[in-house]
Design a protein around this ligand. Structure first.
Ligand SMILES: [Zn+2]
Length: 323
């Protein structure tokens, strides 16, 4: 399984922020996603450390079983299927008389509802695969600055940070071993996986036209460069980066920001603020991206993710370095 990645919405918000196009509402959304992602990555770390190597771990998946649902983490072991919904909340939370409160103030949100909905779909999926399959759903409160007071009876629905290690070490000690070989079960489960069915946020032409254009320095985030034959040198921090990598990185940024369209030479040139020639962009697109249509108005497949997640091999021999 690959490492957990930021969702396309998260990547889009980050790039909108960097390029000066984030609304106040989006700013709050980005902060919430950052906190959530950080919590999930912490959970992944614990899982890798204390989980069993034999487990199959699926991260940030969507399944369709009588409707789509998103699952943060699904673990398939010899004894069953475990679903984890990680919450990186901080503060004093309470769940009393069926109501939530934070630091003494009531909140309307039901923290269990997302997991409850996911579990309905997961149970439905497993019933279709094999009636004997068991699934367990748990909320993980991962933040160390979190306290929780609750009424009796819901203890088995959550794990606190200080009990997570023990939980991971003991959770599949159940005696029931599944009848189906784990490989086969995973293949059956994977057949329910779908892409996120909800459209990613995209910017309209008006918002896009106001975004900062150019290649963003990988070192300091600045946009001013000196363009050399094989590399770009940042005028802000002196960072040097292979030209091929810097432009590819920017093409991927464009791809996330404008995830609702294909890649075209003219649009990329505009996005990188004419820092390189049209010929060079045409060459990079043809070399690294799948062609959808050729000719004068050639279009290439948008990978819709940032450079770090794209599996692109840069052949430039130029070594990045700071001076
Ligand atoms: Zn710089």
């Amino acid at each position: 399984m690959h490492k957990r990645r930021k969702t396309i919405e998260h990547q889009w918000l980050e790039l909108m922020d960097i390029r000066g196009g984030l609304s106040t509402e989006d700013q709050r959304r980005l902060e919430a996603l950052e906190i959530g992602h950080e919590g999930e990555c912490t959970f992944d770390f614990w899982m890798e450390r204390y989980g069993d190597e034999q487990w199959r771990v699926y991260r940030d998946i969507w399944i369709d079983a009588g409707g789509p649902t998103q699952v943060d983490t699904m673990v398939v072991t010899e004894t069953g299927v475990f679903i984890f919904d990680v919450k990186n909340y901080s503060g004093d939370y309470a769940y009393l008389n069926g109501r939530w409160s934070v630091n003494g103030r009531p909140i309307i949100k039901d923290i269990f509802v997302q997991l409850k909905r996911s579990m309905e779909k997961v149970h439905l999926m497993l019933r279709q695969i094999d009636l004997s399959l068991q699934a367990e759903g748990l909320i993980v409160f991962i933040n160390e600055h979190f306290t929780f007071e609750s009424e009796a009876g819901i203890d088995e629905r959550f794990v606190m940070r200080h009990t997570l290690k023990k939980h991971l070490q003991t959770m599949d000690e159940g005696s029931v071993v599944m009848r189906m070989p784990i490989d086969m079960l995973c293949r059956r489960i994977e057949s329910y996986f779908i892409d996120n069915p909800y459209p990613a946020p995209a910017c309209d032409d008006d918002v896009y036209s106001r975004l900062k254009k150019g290649v963003r320095c990988a070192g300091c985030g600045g946009f001013r460069h000196m363009v050399m034959r094989y590399h770009l040198k940042c005028l802000g921090c002196g960072n040097k980066e292979a030209k091929e990598r810097a432009v590819l990185r920017s093409i991927c940024e464009y791809g996330v920001l404008r995830n609702d369209r294909n890649l075209r030479v003219r649009n990329i040139i505009h996005f990188v603020d004419n820092i390189v020639s049209e010929r060079y962009v045409r060459f990079l697109l043809a070399k690294h991206f799948e062609a959808i249509s050729r000719g004068k108005h050639a279009a290439y497949k948008n990978m819709r993710q940032v450079w770090e997640y794209c599996d692109i091999n840069v052949t430039s021999k130029y070594k990045d370095r700071k001076i």
